[in-house]
Write a protein that binds this ligand. Sequence first.
Ligand SMILES: [Zn+2]
Length: 216
Amino acid sequence: MMAKNKIQFQEGYSLFELFSDYGTDEQCRQALFKWKFPDGFVCPECGCKTHCTLENRNLYQCNHCHHQTSATCGTIFDSTKLALSKWFLAIHLMTQLKTAVSALELKRQLKVSYNTAWSMKQKIMQVMKERDDSKPLSGIIQIDDAYWGGEHRGGSRGRGSENKTPIVAAVSTNEDGHPIAMNLNVLSGFKSSEIKRWAQAHLVPGSTVYSDYSWQ
Ligand SMILES: [Zn+2]
């Protein structure tokens, strides 16, 4: 699964703070490392917790299986040629200002080409949208499970269907039953342990949940 970029500045975070916290590429890289490995390095391949750093290439190599990873891999900064500090500034401008920031304004503030500014803006907006999609639901929630993959020809229907992707759809509604927000997530199956794990990540505790399950 792709690691999500979790950069989120607190409300009221100033440009001054941004420059002192994330003014250099090294500061940005260390911040990304911490977001990616909050409890220290863990090899994504084998789970080993020790690594060495290949300094010049900003790569972390697992001491056990020699898998190499970086702070930016799996994020929108992956294989970027731009300074990370420019990305951080772009994210700050796009998330902290009250009005929408145009690609032209980004170009001016970041000293990059218009095309670069435009593509940065698209990538950042995509991440912001994904973050909204993954916000936990609260209030009144209706949950349904389903299989993704179209009509099943012959064979069995229902929860055991093969070659289909199990998904769970959760919709939060207002008191009149009108949908407010929705989460669609892929699960590895519909075992109650899996559903519980999903609910902990995607539903705010104390929500009123309607579903066929008795897992609460
Ligand atoms: Zn490893």
